[in-house]
Design a binder for this molecule. Structure first.
Ligand code: NCD
Ligand code: ZN
Length: 346
């Protein structure tokens, strides 16, 4: 298998930030993907439909009509999100979900939800209207080990949400553990998960390889090798409730290489090539197109994209850095060789 032509893929979890950072990154995604679910964790967050529509406008302006990339907007749930916010979002053709960040779980999550019980009316309204819940699934309890946060969140929170709101449609974002794979498999048609390229390609040793590697630090943190293998197996399997979501999360080099470096890995520059690299591990591309181009669209009840893209087996070197305001951006796999290259998109 040396060439793959597939329906244009989508990124079901993407951080684009805001101007002037937005302009530095948005074309990387637009080059490869037809659409992306745009994360709302700006500062201040995207809380209302008006915020989302204004942000969408800024993204379109940054693209400057150069592409037909479509940003799919989301709302950021807070303790004060109202049922009216949810009803309005569910009626909007531009808004495709609401994101649950447990307060303190990750970058710009301080305004997130402090107590899930407070969200009962919001979850009910989402369940009734069919608005998707996107979940950052990590426990924030200070006594929970950083490597156990996803598992504890499943056991203590996600099981309960599923039981209390069985018709609520949920995307368990950027899953990182075998437990999460098993949980999604055991779920029904209302539960799916995104998987990032970096969680498919590295395990936790990569954070400490020869020294501390801030560019491999993201949340949820990468886990042990057997978890990575479970993720690869799920992605490659063709099971329809697993799909692409890069969680590409740009932070400048200085923000990453600091005494308290930011969490986030920038993969948008070569997301598709990185996914191909992950599938190459098992040498099975049977369901590659399903994973990156079909499963997510199906779950979000959107038609697949009409264009196609082609990847070729071709060695190339990822740049050492990319332009970004303040300093620069160090992309995932900077300076390393990748074996697949996007060669054109019709
Ligand atoms: C994301 C960010 O920087 O916005 N960081 C990350 O490590 N993934 C937030 C998130 O998705 O957790
Ligand atoms: Zn994210």
């Amino acid at each position: 298998m040396n060439k793959l032509t597939i329906i244009k893929p989508d990124d079901w979890h993407l951080h684009l930030r805001d101007s002037p950072y937005l302009e530095a990154v948005v074309r990387d995604s637009a080059r490869q993907f037809g659409r992306a679910i745009i994360m709302p964790n700006l500062n201040p967050p995207v809380r209302s439909c008006a915020d989302a529509m204004a942000y969408r406008k800024r993204i379109m302006a940054a693209l400057a009509d150069e592409s037909d990339f479509e940003p799919l907007m989301t709302l950021y749930l807070t303790d004060n999100t109202s049922v009216e916010d949810i009803r309005a979002a569910s009626k909007s053709t531009s808004i495709h979900g609401a994101k649950l960040y447990p307060a303190g779980a990750t970058t710009n999550s301080d305004a997130g939800v402090t107590d899930l019980a407070k969200l009962a009316p919001v979850f009910e309204a989402m369940q009734d209207s069919g608005l998707m819940l996107q979940v950052h699934g990590e426990s924030t309890a200070s006594d929970v080990d950083v490597f156990d946060r996803e598992k504890v969140f499943i056991d203590k929170s996600l099981q309960r949400i599923r039981a209390d709101y069985p018709e609520l449609r949920i995307v368990f974002e950027h899953i990182t553990t075998k437990e999460a794979v098993d949980f999604v498999r055991a779920g029904d048609v209302n539960l799916a998960a995104t998987i990032t390229p970096h969680h498919l390609l590295i395990n936790r040793n990569a954070i400490f390889q020869g020294g501390i590697r801030p560019h491999h630090y993201c949340l949820p943190i990468v886990k042990r090798e057997h978890h990575r293998r479970a993720l690869v197996e799920a992605a490659v399997s063709g099971e329809t409730r697993f799909f692409s979501g890069t969680d590409s999360a740009p932070h400048s080099r200085v923000a990453k290489q600091s005494a308290c470096g930011c969490a986030g890995i920038y993969s948008a520059h070569s997301a598709l090539e990185l996914y191909a690299e992950a599938f190459d591990e098992l040498g099975d591309f049977t369901h590659f197109e399903s994973f990156v181009s079909l499963n997510g669209a199906h779950f979000y009840r959107l038609p697949p994209n009409r264009d196609s893209v082609t990847l070729q087996r071709l060695q190339w070197t990822v740049p050492d850095s990319l332009p970004y305001p303040e300093s620069c951006l160090i992309p995932f796999r900077a300076g390393e060789t990748l074996n697949w290259k996007l060669i054109h998109d019709d």
